[in-house]
Ligand binder design. Structure first.
Ligand code: GLA
Length: 391
């Protein structure tokens, strides 16, 4: 994997090659893994993600006209657009860039025309929020070019709106918030209703987070995501609360009829997951990794059985992790992100990472015929402008 420095050097060199002058600025924004608190953000609940040390990097410089030109390593071509002039048939990845530029312009961040190169070492489709990283990197470059710095929450919300309005994905706030505000060495416990963030240090060098990408992304992911949001809204409506954040376990009895069976399962997941997220933050703060692991497994089961967003490949990795167990250095494991493919996150003993990676790879490959993509990661900082000395 390319380091951030190599990625930034590659983007700068590519910029000079494509546009015939060096870039003025480079911005980096991280992807994320969520340790726990899944499908709770759009219910006003709690999430506990971290920014990871894998990034989207954008190199940019102003131009003398009104055009925004974007060369992307994703497609190997330059595409351009004129802010304020509506969209044509944009390639899917450009919608995130265009959305952020258009909404920033509306918010008064004036950039004029500019040229950019986008490079990334975040695998797309792995459930690691490469789209949020692209949005946040774009917003960070726009801040630098316009000389206006947004409040971090306004910046996350602007990026979320770009995803809703330009990419058509009705996501919550988690991915953008942690890509903006993640802090090196810390998980971020975010109350998605008040947007209050508390940083939870996880600096024990004996521990590591292992990401295992199943390398599958089932087609139903987007449609099912929107459907889950609607199920939750119906459950909240039925209970007379503005969001499931306000529901408690005792309320579930009121969703007893046969036609509310699905709403009841979705609500049971959200109510339980909010409690598990707060319990996990507390367990990590007191260094109780056995409790953290048990909560991660419970989260996975709830996502599999009540929320129905897991898939066979994710379940297989979680089962392998369980078989390895604490004796083999795995404390807990669960699917992370929206589901229907993508990645799992495991809390493991750092010293045993090589053998754990090998066991998961061998057994997963045996069961599915697929080579997973695996890497150990640590909590990284949120999006920022890179200075020459830094990378
Ligand atoms: C996706 C969305 C997030 C969140 C997760 C599920 O990553 O972008 O807002 O809803 O799914 O927890």
């Amino acid at each position: 994997m390319q380091s951030l420095r190599t990625l930034a050097d590659t983007a700068a060199a590519r910029f000079t090659e494509q546009f015939g002058r060096p870039p003025e600025n480079s911005a980096a924004a991280p992807g994320r893994v969520n340790v726990i608190g899944e499908h709770t953000d759009y219910n006003g609940g709690f999430v506990l993600p971290m920014a990871i040390d894998r990034h989207v990097v954008i190199a940019a410089a102003r131009s003398s006209n009104k055009t925004v030109r974007v060369w992307s390593g994703l497609s190997g071509e330059t595409v351009s657009f004129h802010p304020g002039e509506g969209g044509g048939e944009d390639p899917a990845w450009l919608r995130y860039v265009r959305g952020v530029v258009e909404l920033s312009t509306e918010a008064g961040l004036k950039t004029g025309g500019f040229d950019t190169v986008v490079e990334s070492n975040l695998p797309p489709g792995a459930g690691l929020s490469s789209s949020a990283a692209l949005e946040v990197a774009t917003a960070t470059i726009v801040e630098a070019l316009s000389g206006v710095t947004l409040d971090p929450f306004d910046k996350a919300r602007l990026c979320q709106r770009a995803e809703h309005e330009y990419a058509g994905v009705p996501c919550g706030i988690m991915d953008q918030a942690v890509s903006v505000m993640g802090r090196c060495g810390n998980l971020m416990l975010l109350d998605c209703r008040s947007l209050e963030a508390k940083h939870i240090p996880v600096e024990n060098p004996a521990l590591a987070f292992l990401v295992s990408n199943t390398r599958v992304k089932h087609d139903l992911a987007d449609g099912e995501y929107a459907l889950r949001r609607r199920d939750c809204e119906s459950a909240a409506h039925e209970l007379g609360v503005s969001s499931l954040r306000d529901a408690v376990t005792g309320d579930l009895e009121r969703l007893g009829s046969a036609e509310l069976a699905i709403a009841k399962r979705r609500a049971r997941h959200v109510i339980g997951e909010n409690a598990r997220t707060l319990d996990t933050a507390a367990a990590l703060e007191r260094g109780d990794y056995a409790a953290t692991g048990a909560l991660m497994y419970a989260s996975h089961e709830s996502l599999r059985d009540d929320y129905e967003v897991s898939c066979a490949e994710l379940d297989i990795i979680v089962e392998i992790a369980r078989e390895i167990g604490a004796a083999g250095g795995v404390h807990g494991c669960r699917m992370t992100g929206a589901g229907f493919g993508g990645s799992t996150i495991s809390l493991i003993d750092a010293a045993r990472a090589p053998e754990i990676i090998e066991t998961i790879r061998d057994r997963y490959h045996k069961a599915t015929g697929i080579e997973p993509e695996q890497f150990v990661t640590r909590p990284a900082d949120g999006g920022r402008i890179l200075s020459q000395g830094e990378y």
